[in-house]
Ligand binder design. Structure first.
Ligand code: BES
Ligand code: MN
Ligand code: ZN
Length: 486
């Protein structure tokens, strides 16, 4: 091939692209009613900084004595939802401290772009402070749509972004809350309060007495060592005419000491986050109901504190789950799968859904395998697995499918019960998934498990994530529900 541009190639050169981008920026700026000299200065600035346009890069032009007194130029990458989400997150941080940010949306803005932008702005503005209800630093954002835009579609996209951000905020708040306050009863109350704000959403809370009457013995065993008794929250969204029913189950350990198999401090320090799965399924269901999605959804949050006390369950105990499966306890620190087993058996036997998805901060091994941002996905269904992976990609969350090796199952065998709750054969995240699979009954092929131990938490701010609880799963589940409904 000769060097240089092929004259038959219809795709624009990078200079042509840059010129087009500059023209688009100038036409947006024209809406500010700046003088022609101002516009030329700004153009010179833009040419000078060589803005790459990649998602989330920002250049700031201070203009002392002018209105507006600062101009920010932000890249949106390919201009897709992810690019706009990154841009929104970066803007929220760069403009914090400003009273108002006005965004001149370009002529070709789409509803998807606005949803990404809104999510980025709101999610990155999240703060968790105990006691004080501090307002976010950036108080006011004005989106100026271009002339001739389909404003109703853009407004609907923005409303959806707001619902995503608010339900993620609830999930983050619940997860960040210290465990001295965050008892199972406190969690259930917070959920009931949030649900009361959405028409048609109902919640039932089972206390220890109700759990005992109905045979949720694993939830009771795990919660037995704490004076703050366990609960089971059942949240239901049941719109008229719904054909499909999905159950979402989330691990809700309000603090995980490990129990009698107590954790070292290094492993225990952050264990207030061990209910992030429960927070995510509640957040996603609230959002789905707020968006009036036309499918039935039940969220189940088995809540317990895995404490060390005189009534703690012990290694060697045998627990009879809801529905009759028995588990021999090999390690009281493998408690999440025990409470999930009860809730999943209940879902399969009583609720008879079309699909069941569980989310859990289940194993340290998950983070060893996949690092800080990527959850482990397990499912026998290729359809379910790929639809979840697509939803995650669209939502800007990351997951990776892992195998469910049948020949590893043998290691879960017990001499005195149906299965043991922990093994020492390695593959910790996979073994936990195989354990949970025992509770899926007739829904074995319609089940997915997400081990989100490490992405539930961010050690520092990153894009739309703020330091601390991330609310991982709310966005993926909601996207998946949005596509499952249609
Ligand atoms: N909650 C932990 C898993 C965890 C670890 C979540 C780190 C987030 C970050 C879980 O209850 C647990 O203790 N799992 C044990 C299982 C083992 C005893 C089979 C683990 O991963 O070590
Ligand atoms: Mn544990
Ligand atoms: Zn745990």
């Amino acid at each position: 091939m000769p060097a240089g541009k092929d004259t038959t190639d219809p795709s624009p050169s990078s200079e042509e692209l840059a010129a087009a981008r500059l023209a688009a920026v100038r036409s947006a700026l024209a809406r500010l009613k700046l003088g022609p000299a101002d516009l030329d200065d700004i153009t010179a600035f833009l040419l000078d900084v060589e803005h790459s346009g990649s998602a989330g890069t920002i250049h700031k032009l201070p203009r002392a004595g002018h209105r507006p007194d600062k101009l920010l130029f932000v890249g949106v990458g390919a201009g897709d939802e992810a690019g706009w989400r990154a841009a929104g997150a970066k803007l929220a941080r760069s403009a914090s401290g400003e009273p108002t940010l006005t965004l001149l949306l370009p002529q070709d803005v789409t509803p998807a772009a606005v949803r990404g932008l809104g999510e980025g702005l709101w999610l990155a503005s999240y703060r968790f402070r105990l006691g004080a209800d501090e307002p976010p630093e950036l108080r006011r954002v004005v989106l100026a749509s271009p002339p001739g835009a389909a404003d109703a579609d853009l407004a609907a996209a923005l409303a959806a972004a707001k619902i995503v951000a608010e339900s993620t905020r609830l999930a983050r708040d619940l997860t960040n809350m210290p465990s001295d306050e965050k008892t199972p009863a406190w969690f259930a109350k917070r959920v009931e309060k949030a649900a009361a704000g959405v028409a048609g959403l109902t919640t039932t809370v089972r206390d220890p007495k109700a759990l005992a009457e109905e045979g949720f013995n694993a939830i009771l065993a795990v919660g037995g060592g704490s004076t703050r008794g366990p609960r089971l929250v059942e949240m239901s969204w049941r719109p008229r005419g719904a054909k499909r029913h999905v159950v979402l189950v989330g691990k809700g350990i309000t603090f995980d000491t490990g129990g009698i198999c107590v954790k070292p401090l290094s492993g225990m320090k952050l264990m207030r986050k061990d209910m992030a799965g429960a927070a995510a399924v509640i957040g996603a269901t609230l959002a789905a109901a707020a968006l009036r999605l036309p499918l039935r959804i039940t969220a189940l949050a088995p809540l317990a504190e895995n404490a060390l006390g005189a009534d703690s369950f012990r290694p060697g105990d045998v627990v009879r789950h809801y529905g009759g499966i028995t588990s021999e306890i090999h390690n009281t620190d493998a408690e999440g799968r025990l409470v999930l087993g009860d809730a999943m058996a209940y879902a399969v036997r009583r609720l008879r859904p079309d699909a069941i998805i569980d989310l859990a901060t289940l194993t340290g091994a998950q983070g060893v395998a996949l690092g800080k941002r990527t959850a482990a996905l397990y499912s026998h269904s290729d359809t379910l697995a790929s639809s979840l992976a697509e939803a995650a990609a669209a939502a800007g969350e990351s997951m990776w499918r892992m195998p469910l090796h049948d020949d590893y199952f043998e290691a879960l065998g017990s001499d005195v019960a149906d299965i043991v709750n922990s093994t020492d054969v390695g593959a910790g995240s996979l073994m936990a998934a195989l354990y949970l699979r025992e509770f899926t009954g007739s829904l074995r092929e319609q089940w997915a498990h997400l081990d989100m131990s490490s992405p539930a938490w961010a050690d520092s701010a990153d894009g739309e994530l703020t330091k601390g609880a991330t609310g991982w799963g709310v966005r993926t589940l909601l996207r998946w529900l949005e596509t499952s409904a249609g």
